[in-house]
Structures are given as structure tokens and as C-alpha cells.
Ligand binder design. Structure first.
Ligand SMILES: *Cc1c(COP(=O)(O)O)cnc(C)c1O
Length: 394
């Protein structure tokens, strides 16, 4: 595909803008639609014969949706993709397109918390067994493969504890067992990591985060290689997964500036992370640019950048008195999600959501999203917060 040989910044500006979708303006219009009217009987018959690739019925997509799907698929080097009303809808549908009753599913122990529960409750109820593995297992995953292991889900890095996973080594084992590798690539975005090039079959995004980038929309995308695309399309159709056209439009609009935003998040994030690493109250900075970040070498080998999301482990204290640090911050919102333009902070204890091995740390884990504010203001704010925390500990 010669298109994918363009540099990614150029792809971001040009992708998904087919003239038959844009009708002469720069961006594809927002199609509010249900029924699609066919010219005549022959056109109806043609559409029925090829409902994925023609304008058929809005549940199957509209040009606004296709444009966003095509953009992410091109950026990931995939054969095609589907758009979802949330990241979780995307992960669930990707899993349901791959597993069936009697199958065994392997998931990285650091996967996004709700995905853990989807595997343990919802999928278990459907007869799928799930096991969680040490995200740093690499080729050692061979020991966990069973006859009925059909699917492996990675989220590299885990978006709380930042373990980078050896996708090529895991994908090699998966291939030997004919198992599908699904990667949640929300953290890196296709600008910093392209999992299909490293052996994955399917890539999932919570486009809610950096792809949309403005904290104003819930959105997901799944893209797949040729072999897995049909199953993805079928699962999506069976589940009735439709995304509102305004939401898809916001995703596409955010995507156009992904590269400039991400570079700035990376730069600001590094300034703040380096300052935190030298702070006396900070035990560890879980940022891939630091050598003690789990899987740092894999990040250096397989990724081309970092963004504004990382965690710190504090030297002392607990999840009660961390309030002295977090409350009273001026520039950090307390809240879930990340990838918007604004800074966020979230203390979160990984203990309850680990089973492959125990989470151990001298103090609470606090996740930071460094936004597009001036990092000097953010540092002053964190400095005052850590002083309050240190004073409270005595
Ligand atoms: C946020 C997130 C999701 C879920 O996305 P939503 O749009 O919030 O449903 C899935 N995976 C990762 C890694 C995430 O960070």
C-alpha cells in the first residue's frame, strides 16, 4: 500500500478525505441518517451483495464514520476498521470477534481495570476462561498457552503501572498456536507505536483519549489485518455498535492535530517527570524514558515516543493522606480518563487489580496526565502539593 509510505504527519492531514465523502469541502460532512435511499432496484441489489463497502443502512456506517475508521486504519497500517461509541465497546467487540465458548483467553495483568472484569465476569458467563499474565512475561507466555488458547490481549503499556510488553516475542508464540493477538494501543497512538508491524492482528483504541484529544467525546476504534477484518465487521454488526456522527466528527477533528499535541504532551511530560524524579517524596517515576520503568528497553526498541501520561510512586503515606497532596492543586483536575489538553491527577491503588503478582510499593501510586499548560506552573503546583503531603506525614 503506497499510501502508508507517506510520513505520519502527512497521513494525519490527508487521510479519510475521499472526495465522494467530502463532496468538495475539506472535512466529511456530519451525516445524520438511518435509511439510505437507493436509486433503483439494481442499486439495492448491489448494496445487499456488498453491505460493508456501500452506503447501505446507517447502522453499517456513514461517510463520517468511514472517514474516521479509514484514518485510524491507515495510520495503523491495517486492512480496515470499525468505530465504536466508547473504548470499552471497542475492546469488548474485539474480544467477542475472537473468542467463543470453550476458549481460553490470556490478558496482561495490567490491562485497563474494566477489561479485567469483562473477562472475569461477562466472558466467563459465556464459557470463556481467562487468565492474567505478568506483563513482562515475553516469550515465557509459551508456558501459559493451552490447546484452547485462541486470544491474547495486551495493553502496552498498562495505563496505570506502565509495563511495556514484548509484543514480537508474544506474537511469535501466538502464531505457533494460531492464536489472535489484540493490542490496546491507546497510550502510544499509531504515531508512537504500530502493533501490526510487530506481530499483532487487531489493534484497539479508546479514541476518547489522545485521538479525539479534547475531553469532549466518548469514542473507540478497532482496526484489523486482512485475516481478522471480516470477523470484526460481523461482530460489530451483530452487536449493533453504532456511533453518533457528531462524535465521529469530533474524533476526526481531534485526530488532525494529534502529532502537534502529542509532541507537546511528550515535552511537557518529560519536564515534569524529570523534576519529580529528583523530588525527595518520590520513590519512583513510572515513565518509559526512565531506565527503571518496567519494559524500558522494549519501549526504546518498539516505540518512537512517550506522551503526557505517567505515574509516580510516593516514598511514604497511604491512600488516605495522599489527599493532602491532591486536594488543593490548582492546575490538575481529579478525574478518570486522559489524553485531553488539560492536566489530571489520579491516586489509584493497583493492589486489587493484580493477580499475576502482588503490587508492592512504599507509598501510594499517583497517575498524572500532563496537559498543554506551561510545565513551570504545573511544577510549582506539584511542589506545593508535595510540601503539604510531607508536612502532613510529619
Ligand atoms: C480509557 C481506556 C479504555 C476505555 O475507553 P472509554 O472510551 O473510556 O470506554 C480502554 N483502554 C484503555 C487503555 C483506556 O485508557
Amino acid at each position: 500500500m503506497s499510501k502508508s509510505e507517506k510520513r505520519s504527519d502527512t497521513v494525519l492531514a490527508e487521510t479519510g478525505r475521499r472526495p465522494e465523502w467530502t463532496l468538495g469541502v475539506v472535512n466529511p460532512p456530519v451525516y445524520h441518517a438511518s435509511t439510505v435511499l437507493f436509486h433503483n432496484h439494481a442499486a439495492l441489489r448491489r448494496a445487499i451483495a456488498n453491505s460493508e463497502d456501500t452506503f447501505f443502512y446507517a447502522r453499517k456506517g456513514t461517510p463520517t464514520i468511514w472517514s474516521f475508521a479509514e484514518a485510524v486504519a491507515e495510520l495503523e497500517g491495517a486492512a480496515g476498521g470499525k468505530v465504536f461509541p466508547s473504548g470499552i465497546a471497542a475492546v469488548t467487540t474485539a474480544l467477542l470477534s475472537s473468542v467463543k465458548a470453550g476458549d481460553h483467553l490470556l490478558l496482561a495483568d495490567s490491562v485497563y481495570e474494566p477489561v479485567r472484569f469483562i473477562a472475569k465476569s461477562f466472558l466467563r458467563r459465556l464459557g470463556v476462561e481467562a487468565d492474567f499474565f505478568d506483563p513482562l512475561i515475553g516469550a515465557g507466555i509459551a508456558d501459559l498457552m493451552r490447546e484452547n488458547t485462541t486470544t491474547i490481549l495486551l495493553e502496552s503499556p498498562g495505563s496505570l503501572t506502565f509495563e511495556f510488553q514484548d509484543l514480537p516475542a508474544i506474537a511469535k508464540v501466538a502464531k505457533e498456536h494460531d492464536a489472535t493477538v489484540i493490542v490496546d494501543n491507546t497510550w502510544a497512538t499509531p504515531l508512537f507505536h504500530r502493533p501490526l508491524e510487530h506481530g499483532a492482528d487487531v489493534v484497539v483504541h479508546a479514541a476518547t483519549k489522545y485521538l479525539a484529544g479534547h475531553s469532549d467525546v466518548m469514542l473507540g476504534v478497532v482496526v484489523a489485518n486482512d485475516a481478522k477484518l471480516k470477523a470484526l465487521q460481523r461482530a460489530t454488526a451483530f452487536m449493533g455498535q453504532v456511533t453518533g456522527p457528531d462524535d465521529a466528527y469530533l474524533g476526526l477533528r481531534g485526530l488532525r492535530t494529534l502529532a502537534v499535541r502529542l509532541r507537546q504532551h511528550e515535552k511537557n511530560g518529560l519536564v515534569v517527570a524529570k523534576w519529580l524524579a529528583d523530588h525527595e517524596m518520590v520513590h519512583q517515576v513510572l515513565h518509559p524514558a526512565f531506565e527503571d520503568c518496567p519494559g524500558h528497553d522494549i519501549w526504546k526498541r518498539d516505540f518512537t515516543g512517550a506522551n503526557g501520561l505517567f505515574s509516580i510512586v510516593l516514598k511514604a503515606g497511604d491512600y488516605e493522606n495522599v489527599a493532602h497532596f491532591v486536594d488543593g492543586l490548582e492546575h490538575f483536575g481529579i478525574g478518570f480518563s486522559w489524553g485531553g489538553f488539560e492536566s489530571l491527577i489520579l491516586p489509584q491503588d493497583p493492589t486489587a487489580v493484580r493477580s499475576a503478582h502482588k503490587w508492592e510499593a512504599p507509598g501510594p501510586l499517583v497517575r498524572l496526565h500532563i496537559g498543554l499548560e506551561d510545565p513551570a506552573d504545573l511544577i510549582e503546583d506539584l511542589d506545593a502539593g508535595l510540601k503539604r503531603f510531607a508536612d502532613a506525614l510529619g
